[in-house]
Design a protein around this ligand. Sequence first.
Ligand code: FES
Ligand SMILES: [Fe+2]
Length: 430
Amino acid sequence: MTTAHSTQISTPDEMIDRLIRAHVTGSGLARGFYMEAGVFPRDMERIFRRHWHCAGHASQIAKPGDFFVIDFEQEQVVLARDAAGEVHAFLNVCRHRGARVCNARSGNTRYFVCPYHAWTYRLDGSLKAARYMPPGFSAEAHGLRRIHVRVVEGLIFISFSERPLDFGIAADLLHASLGPYGWAGAKIAHRESYQLAANWKLAVENYLECYHCAPAHPEYSQTHALEQPGERIVELNTKMEERTRALGVEMLAGSNHWQNSAAGHEAASYMRYALYEGVATGSADGALLAPLMGDFTQSDGGVTSIHVGGSSFFACYVDHGVIYRFVPRSWQTTDMELIWLVRADAVEGRDYDLEKLTWLWKVTTDEDKQIIEYTAAGVRSHYFKPGPLAPMEYNELRFVRWYLDELQLSGDAGDGHQPALRQTLQKQAV
Ligand code: FES
Ligand SMILES: [Fe+2]
């Protein structure tokens, strides 16, 4: 950070340690966490190459040979389904001289042939053929670099880590929370990408709190009780839980496994909240938008919200679902992808109107993009100092603590240790 006493040269590590020490408990993150170029590589190392991320939905690669690619900062990952139905993930970087091997965003193929010198890879990333290579050349040793992949309730998760965080707790939570909504058998109705001129943390922090919902999201606030302060929500949620029980739908009672990764586990949390009385789903008029999913025979007027790691979020309505993927592209640009899910047998035009289905989260995300970019512009000011967070920003507070913890955990997954600084931070946290 540019301060009066920072004339002596300090390393990025020293700068980050200074920023963490100066953090004021209960407030947002200081300017330096968004603006110092040295923070972004640490974010990538400790958050994005350490944690799991949702890459998409299994229905994107329903058939053997189907593939799609995703971007992550400057990385590109290919997700492909092999002839046996297994899903694989690997880096899109040729093991010969580094060319992008797969140059379509999605499709169906038997092999990936590098456009440069035609090294040919199988659907699991292994090398099948390399022209005119001398005797002794090992094809086995030159497969594309594999990325860990897990498919849970239809969601594809990837981890760049050599030794990924244990996904067991997150997987259990996903089974218990998404199971009743039948996401494993859902299909994609629509995908939309948003490019945000903002650091990834500003985008995620905005997603995590609903203090801004009433002033920034008039459409969302007409139907969703989350924009209300706590006491009112408790009352509405109690009624919603009664309706869920009356339907005989087995929902998770409440499950918060949000934790830093010191013990080697992926973080996951789950909450349910009510829609207003008489509102069945997240639509303009409260009426259902698509056929009911999973175990639901009618709407319970509730929404389930799930967070996994630092970049993957899921919202479940009884008739559709939305996946939110946050993808850092540079320290000041972030992609946000929304994926709408409906029941696999739902037919567009007959069972749902795509415009109506996507209206709420398109209009809400357009509004979010604007307020995130207003914030990114304000935070650039040398005079910006974060203020105290409001009680309604409890998830933002949790994120800030988690993020600061993660920045200090070094090593690959499972190697987490607690440096002195982290202990200092724990003492500060209340
Ligand atoms: S760079 Fe891919 S075959 Fe040469
Ligand atoms: Fe928002």
